[in-house]
Design a protein around this ligand. Sequence first.
Ligand SMILES: Cc1cc2nc3c(=O)[nH]c(=O)nc-3n(C[C@H](O)[C@H](O)[C@H](O)COP(=O)(O)O)c2cc1C
Length: 168
Amino acid sequence: MINVLVAYAGKHGGTREIAEVVGEELRAAEFAVDVRAAGEVDSVTEYAAVVVGSALYYARWRPEAVRLLERNTEALRERPVWLFHSGPCGPGANLTRVSLPARVTLLAAAIDAGRTETFGGRLDPALANGVLEKLMARGSRAGDFRDWDRIRAWARDIGRRVQSRVAI
Ligand SMILES: Cc1cc2nc3c(=O)[nH]c(=O)nc-3n(C[C@H](O)[C@H](O)[C@H](O)COP(=O)(O)O)c2cc1C
């Protein structure tokens, strides 16, 4: 079996659920998949391919996801890596492509990761902590904008790419 890691970082579970669905699709393609919180990943050397995803907060990645890339740059450079982030909410959420934050752009280049995918996010007023989060989760931005079909299709595409790399 080929081992694949799907690591995620977020605050309210929306990004974890995306990672779990990515993991589900990869398992369906017969990979051995670990879906793990980025902060709990010490090493990536046991994996043939790695997916790293973060929620976007104030145009930044979550620190645990950035640290995973920083601490494992060398090892990640030696294996195929895909990055995604989740954030845009409201009308057009799934038409929006968000650029990587500057620090993550540098790390992605060092790792030689492919193009980053942007997925819509979820803003649930019931999960909002504090005034700013409550303000964010109002009006047309409130809701779940994760497009599961797109997420699943992206994961299946990764599965195909990993298979073809391994077959070489
Ligand atoms: C305070 C706050 C700031 C946010 N900043 C951004 C942002 O800069 N860009 C973006 O696309 N989404 C932003 N979002 C939306 C989140 O990324 C979205 O809710 C995401 O699904 C959260 O994932 P999580 O449930 O894993 O924490 C923000 C949300 C909150 C509550």
